[in-house]
Design a protein around this ligand. Structure first.
Ligand code: TDO
Length: 186
């Protein structure tokens, strides 16, 4: 397992080892013990999510759930390729409003750890792209929120993405009343 820090303290890039052979590969996509031995203690996961987006340029985000249902997410790409983004949404954080993005693909097997208090979104780079992610809190529709994808200055590499109605109508970051307070980095 390769573990890389990012310019946003708390956000991590993880690359599990792949054991290749004539059949293909085998990989432990999540192993609590391996991570703990490497000094990374993530919260407990209670829900796994899986979505597929047909068209290249489909953008989902920027999403969050408010406390007490805030979610940390461990994100990977099951098929295809996507650009995954975390935005620090914690009021008072030294990196409030800053974002970090990484290309996650089936090919590179990389994972992004997006802690609670960060907005999350992604855009697909290939058709029929699948995203798979583990969450630290259950889905709660009343706590679900969205911030406009184009209001944070993220370089998505695309100008006219395919959006849900909810994401098209989302609040701009500058008008967003963040429910998250900075309590130090994880
Ligand atoms: C997120 C979620 C949605 N749903 C339902 C609600 C709705 O009917 C349908 C589609 O929901 P959405 O449009 O919110 O799906 P989507 O736009 O894919 O939302 C996801 O986007 C990424 C970026 C995230 O970070 C996730 O946490 C989540 O917010 O699925 C669940 O039943 N459970 C869930 O955990």
């Amino acid at each position: 397992m390769q573990i890389e820090t990012t310019p946003l303290p708390g956000v991590l890039l993880l690359t599990p080892r792949r054991h290749g052979d004539a059949r293909g590969f085998f990989s432990e996509s999540w192993n609590r013990k391996t991570l703990e031995e490497a000094g990374v203690a993530l919260p407990e996961f209670v829900q796994d999510n899986h979505s597929m987006s047909r068209a290249v340029g489909t953008l989902r985000g920027l999403h969050y759930q408010s406390p007490p249902m805030a979610q940390g997410k461990l994100v990977r790409c099951g098929r295809g390729a996507l650009y995954d983004v975390a935005v620090d949404g914690r009021r008072g954080s030294p990196t409030y409003g800053r974002w970090f993005g990484a290309e996650l693909s089936f090919e590179n097997g990389r994972q992004l750890w997006v802690p609670a208090g960060f907005l999350h979104g992604f855009v697909t780079r290939e058709p029929d792209t699948e995203i798979v992610y583990k969450c630290t809190a259950h889905y709660s529709q009343p706590h679900d929120g969205a911030v406009r994808w184009d209001s944070v200055g993220i370089d998505w590499g695309i100008d006219d993405p395919i959006l849900s109605d909810k994401d098209r109508d989302a609040t701009a970051f500058v008008n967003w009343d963040s429910p998250f307070a900075y309590e130090g980095d994880a």
